[in-house]
Design a protein around this ligand. Structure first.
Ligand SMILES: [Zn+2]
Length: 382
């Protein structure tokens, strides 16, 4: 049921005890039911006893779920079971590994990405639970108001340019990237992506997955795409200057490029790109705009924030996006060329009509959909 059958899971299953498997499956099912995005299996030692703490991340916040001790299961066999499920080598305990498997729950297929890390107390495992449907959301579903969508449409329908989606880790950048691709998808254009990993398979889009073993990097993938008569290119993530430079070349050669970058706001995104060593001239010429985002928790509609069973006593349930949208125009291009400071850029960006976070925050607070504390919490994330 849960193994990828084509990866030899069936034969490997014999090596793992059914009760151990059931325990892992039960936590995954519970995680899905409680809307967890990640499940952590963390080794700890309490009063001399080795234990594993299972933690769920729900709506961006981690919480302890249960402690598993020796009486319930042998901890090593638990870790091994997960590693075998994810087609990792269970004998390699002192180095990090990553793998994946698919898990079917209530007719929805979840992609479970698994990463191990050797800690001084033993291996720690994190599972990321990905519901593939989540990535095919409309811009409305992301929480983008009509104003923001109009502003975004002006940037993303251009025939060439470079649009960066930024935000801290876990702010929904990849979901937005996929939603934008879905929004502008047309058979009249050649749309290609280079991703690490491909999180959702999109019919009608040519997707490449980064594979270091075979020398397929963001840069080599981009170069391959550039020889394929592209119109729209999505680069999963910008991590180094070489990737940005290649992306900018593709933009200047006449393609529309979308990518994500870890940065806290729109101006900081520009500053980070310049700090990485991108030539100001190329950035100023190619950059079309920046969308920065956060996910804010929404007040639980059942208890109105007091805390109830439905929201696991947090007072919040589900999240929505808040956005900052900056379109680059001539005055801003000049400032990028001059490598202006973050403060100068910010002042100019606001003068030139940047749509700040407050535009999406104010209506949410006015409707009581979220709280000032929650907004302050997510805005402080780096
Ligand atoms: Zn509640």
């Amino acid at each position: 049921m849960a193994f990828d059958q084509d990866r030899g899971g069936i034969e490997r299953r014999q090596e793992v005890r059914q009760e151990t498997l059931d325990m892992v499956y039960n936590f995954i099912r519970r995680g899905i039911k409680e809307r967890a995005t990640d499940i952590h299996w963390e080794p700890i030692v309490d009063s001399g006893e080795e234990e594993i703490v299972v933690r769920f991340r729900v709506d961006g916040i981690l919480k302890d779920i249960e402690r598993i001790n020796h009486e319930k299961t042998r901890l090593g066999s638990l870790i091994n079971a997960i590693k075998i499920m994810a087609t990792m080598d269970p004998t390699k305990r002192r180095r990090e590994q990553d793998g994946r498997f698919t898990f079917l729950f209530e007719n929805v297929e979840y992609d479970v990405r698994v990463a191990t890390m050797p800690t001084i107390l033993g291996e720690k495992i994190v599972m990321r639970l990905m519901d593939r449907n989540k990535y095919c959301m409309n811009l409305d579903d992301l929480g983008m108001s009509q104003d923001i969508q109009h502003c975004l449409d002006d940037m993303i329908y251009k025939p060439e340019g470079f649009v960066v989606i930024s935000g801290p880790t876990g702010s929904g950048k990849t979901t937005s990237l996929y939603s934008i691709l879905k929004h502008i998808y047309t058979r009249e254009k050649n749309i290609c992506t280079i991703e690490d990993p491909v999180e959702v398979k999109f019919m009608g889009i040519n997707q490449i997955q980064v594979d270091h073993e075979f020398g397929m990097t963001f840069v080599s993938g981009l170069r391959a795409i550039m020889r394929q008569d592209p119109n729209i290119i999505a680069v999963g993530e910008i991590r180094d200057v070489e990737t940005v430079r290649t992306a900018l070349q593709a933009a200047l050669a006449g393609s529309m490029i979308f990518s994500t970058l870890h940065a806290r706001d729109a101006v900081n995104t520009i500053v980070r790109l310049l700090d990485m060593g991108v030539e100001p001239f190329f950035l100023a010429t190619a950059l079309t705009g920046v969308v920065t985002q956060r996910l804010v928790r929404l007040v639980c509609k059942i208890c109105k924030g007091k805390g109830c069973m439905q929201c696991a006593n947090t007072g919040y349930k589900r999240r929505t996006g808040i956005f900052e949208v900056l379109r680059i125009n001539e005055p801003l291009r000049q400032l990028i060329l001059q490598k202006a400071s973050a403060n100068e850029l910010r002042t100019a960006a606001l003068e030139q009509g940047m749509m700040p976070f407050s535009k999406s925050i104010e209506p949410l607070i006015a409707q009581g959909a979220t709280t000032k504390e929650e907004v302050d919490r997510v805005l402080a994330l780096e």
